[in-house]
Write a new protein. Sequence first.
Length: 307
Amino acid sequence: MNIGQITNQIVLMFCLMLVGVVINKFKFMHAQTSNDLTNILLYVVSPCLIINAFEQKYSSSRIKQFILVAIGILIFYIVAIIVSKLIFGRLKNDNLRRITQYGSVYSNAGFMGIPLTSALFGSTGVFFAVVSLAGFNIFSWTHGVSLFRSDEERIDYKQVLLNPNLFAIVIGLIMFLFSLRLPGTLNQVVKYVGSINTPLSMIVIGNSLANIKLSKDMLNKNLGLTLILRNLIFPILMIFMLKFLGVTGIAYYTTIIMTACPVAGIVVLFTLQAHGDAGPAISLMSISTILSLITIPLVFAVGGMVL
């Protein structure tokens, strides 16, 4: 995999986003439609894609890489959470403090990472990408949610445990460990449903970006630092962690791509739920996504030099 291939694929995905922008401008997709499609992607399409990726013959070398990636993801989130806390934890503006801490740590692994790795590496890429997706769901719905809640509000651990993507990962792992496959017709249904993940995800993202009106007042120095951490510093940190752990091949490049993805769009939802000003969150998410056209290939190139 060379830098030209990943750049071409990212350009293709941005073109799919432009389709979403056009759909928005012609008012073919309303807010409720976008929300419905998001739920379909999260709760139906993504689990199908994950299960399909695990329909492979058991391999001890592959499961070893899988475990090493999981260790790397765990260490990464612990380090990133601590660093973001040290940098942004003392901001007096509660809203900005929450947004910058969350935005610097959590990438858009599900909506952009999974489609990109699927397009680049097929089911093998998704197989390793689900480790990053699991880490995102676990940490985002525990630590991430806690950033936007008061000390009195409890974290709903059921929301974490009942996440359909985590269910799909558990089912997929069992299938992989025992080399199981779904029956013919059901297998085809799962494969067809999972195959729409990439275009539909990009169209939904594009539709969301179409509502953004950029201005010079949207970005302050703290949001700028958040962009640098999310799009460059933390992904490069992950590269050296994976190198140290001995992760190689598709597992290595897949995890780098998942970590290099832009700010997770869910930061906007969490901000709204906390009754905060969503403006900085929307600015951060949109600018980070646009910059990722350059930063993902750049991080990927650094990963190639380190390996």
